[in-house]
Structures are given as structure tokens and as C-alpha cells.
Design a protein around this ligand. Structure first.
Ligand code: 4NP
Length: 151
């Protein structure tokens, strides 16, 4: 199984989510491939934001080797599940869908009682915002992995 997590810049939320998911997948010995991407091209080829790297490191996760890349329509062929960090990302991904099969692959990363929620974008705030986001990403990663394990 292959899953893709998508935010706007691919330097804050989705690389942290990728790191968390990889760590949990390894720990649980699951066979799931994870990647991340951004809907925008602003930070292609860049390392994650220094605050995202530092926050992840605090929780024992090294995301420093990840590099930003932009989401492309081919990702619909390469991945089974595509998780959007917020409604804006969801709409941007959906705009690139070529058919209803593509649209069926798009999900929200953060949900509560089946309601889609936005993972707040920590880019404009201070470092404490990254801790709050990390907590949301960790809780949602657990939910997503248990959902995928029931398939
Ligand atoms: P991300 O955060 O989508 O979680 O990676 C952002 C990073 C950069 C920008 C916006 C959001 N930006 O406008 O450059």
C-alpha cells in the first residue's frame, strides 16, 4: 500500500506527518510506503522548515533529509490514498483529478467523528504552533494507520 500526505508548501505539515507515519510504520512492522508533497511549487527541492525539523527531533524523528516536491496528477496513479491537510489543499488536489477514480483517492488527514478538519498551517506563527500541529499529526497518524490495517 502507498499513501501520500499533502499540504501547501511541503516544508511544515506534510514532512512532519511523513516522518511520524514512517516511524510508526516501522515500529508496527507494517508494509506501507509513505511520501509527501505540496500543492504549491514555492519550496521544491528545499529541506523542511527549521521549526518542523526541530520539533520532530524533539520527539525523536529526523526529517532533515526530506526535500520539498510538488503534487502532480501522476501521483493519483502512484498512490492508493492521498491525504490533504486542509480544505484548501483538498480542493487544489481535486482540481488535478482526471476522473472519479482519482477523486475517490482523496481523504482528509485530520478528522473527528467523520468530520473533516483543517490541520492549522504553522508557517506564519511561532514555534509553539509546531508542537500543537505535531500533536494533531500524531493522533491522526494513529487513526489513519488503524483504518488502513482493517482493509
Ligand atoms: P506547509 O506550510 O503547507 O505546512 O508546508 C507552508 C509553508 C510555506 C508556505 C505556506 C505554508 N508559503 O507560503 O511559503
Amino acid at each position: 500500500m502507498k499513501i501520500l500526505v499533502v499540504c501547501l508548501g511541503n516544508i511544515c505539515r506534510s514532512p512532519m506527518a511523513e516522518g511520524i507515519l514512517r516511524s510508526k510504520i516501522k515500529e508496527k512492522k507494517l508494509v506501507i510506503v509513505v511520501d509527501s508533497a505540496g500543492t504549491a511549487d514555492y519550496h521544491v527541492g528545499e529541506s523542511p522548515d527549521a521549526r518542523a525539523i526541530a520539533t520532530s527531533k524533539k520527539f525523536g524523528i529526523d526529517i532533515s533529509s526530506l526535500r520539498g516536491r510538488q503534487f502532480i496528477a501522476d501521483d493519483f496513479d502512484r498512490f492508493d490514498f492521498i491525504y490533504a491537510m486542509d480544505h484548501s489543499n483538498y480542493n487544489n488536489i481535486k482540481r488535478l483529478a482526471r476522473n472519479s477514480g482519482d477523486i475517490k483517492k482523496i481523504f482528509f488527514f485530520y478528522t473527528k467523528e467523520n468530520n473533516a478538519l483543517d490541520v492549522p498551517d504553522p508557517w506564519f506563527g511561532g514555534p509553539e504552533g509546531f508542537i500543537d500541529v505535531f500533536d494533531i499529526l500524531e493522533e491522526s497518524s494513529d487513526r489513519i494507520l488503524s483504518e488502513l490495517q482493517t482493509l
